[in-house]
Ligand binder design. Structure first.
Ligand SMILES: NC(=O)c1ccc[n+]([C@@H]2O[C@H](COP(=O)([O-])OP(=O)(O)OC[C@H]3O[C@@H](n4cnc5c(N)ncnc54)[C@H](OP(=O)(O)O)[C@@H]3O)[C@@H](O)[C@H]2O)c1
Length: 277
């Protein structure tokens, strides 16, 4: 097993490490470099792993290095780390919105780099992660990265970096879409006469049960919808209203807005860091 270093031991790193340990990774293979003493102690006490405060020292001990710091400090962290990388090192960035070109500029053009886009349900090991590798990442390292992100939920590789923006529009921002729907159902449930608590519980359990049915039944979402829609019944009445008011077009526009914003942010980022297009 390769050794793995986390640069930054905050929320996302803790959750990935938790998933890795729960899925059979050994604490001895994981090292974390993190300036915050409280975070270091929490990681040591919870998982029995080694922590330090020297990013370069952590990177030198590992084949795979996960950059889990905030995007604002990624440039200085990456530039500082570059001399500590070995010929076989692979660097995985989980920072939202930092293009591969920027990472290559800071870490070295020949460095093997993976961009990972996890989402917040990773906190419950129910995340969805899109992964994109540059041409320097070999199949063995790809497999290791897959195993790491599968430990916190579903993980998939995409073929182009542009598809990472589509991942952002689907699963990165996606939890908020479902939270919004739950919010609306709770509110309208109350308007229709239900007590707040009951409207909340019914909406939440319906979201959970529907997601589990769609995930576990092996039946497509469209077919499941048809199965609960009797002709002329109540569900049909609601779905007809969705269609008349343009639900699909609304969702399509919203997800395109997320994608456009991700593209704009990458362009702004490149301009700010004088990376060209
Ligand atoms: N949270 C999510 O759901 C999510 C989803 C997708 C992607 N991401 C990405 O994941 C990355 C981490 O996010 P997060 O939510 O885990 O943030 P976080 O909890 O703030 O973790 C970042 C950690 O990095 C530490 N740090 C600061 N300066 C450092 C340095 N020079 N060297 C090493 N470590 C340093 C911070 O320590 P101090 O607190 O002591 O400064 C903090 O513990 C971000 O780039 C974010 O875009 C997060």
């Amino acid at each position: 097993m390769s050794s793995i270093a986390f640069i930054g031991g905050g929320n996302m790193a803790s959750c990935i490490i938790g998933g890795m340990i729960a899925n059979g990774f050994s604490a001895q293979d994981i090292i974390v470099s993190e300036p915050g003493e409280q975070s270091r102690l929490r990681l040591e006490d919870t998982y029995g792993l080694t922590t330090l405060t020297d990013n370069q020292a952590a990177a030198k001990q590992a084949d795979l290095i996960v950059l889990a710091v905030k995007p604002q400090i990624m440039q200085s962290v990456a530039i500082d780390l570059a001399p500590a990388l070995g010929a076989n090192s692979v660097v995985v960035s989980i920072a939202a919105g930092i293009p591969l070109r920027a990472l290559q500029t800071w870490l070295g053009a020949d460095t093997a780099i993976v961009r990972a886009m996890p989402n917040t349900p990773a906190m419950l090991l129910e995340g969805a992660t899109g992964l994109f590798a540059n041409q320097h990442v070999d199949p063995t390292k790809r497999d290791l990265v897959t195993t790491i992100f599968q430990a916190i939920g579903y993980a998939c590789w995409v073929e182009t970096e542009a598809q990472i923006d589509a991942v952002i529009a689907v699963s990165g921002s996606g939890p908020a879409y479902f939270f919004r729907i739950i919010e609306i159902m709770q509110k309208v449930g109350q308007e229709l006469g239900l007590p707040e608590q009951i409207a909340r519980e019914l909406s939440l359990q319906t979201a959970l049960g529907s997601a589990r049915m769609a995930t576990e039944s092996g039946t497509g979402a469209g077919q499941l919808r048809e199965q609960v829609t009797s002709p002329g019944g109540t569900t049909q009445a609601a779905l007809n209203t969705f269609e008349q008011l343009g639900l699909e077009a609304t969702f399509r526009e919203a997800m395109r807005s997320a994608l456009n914003r991700a593209e704009e942010m990458a362009i702004d980022f490149s301009a700010q860091h004088e990376l060209g297009n």
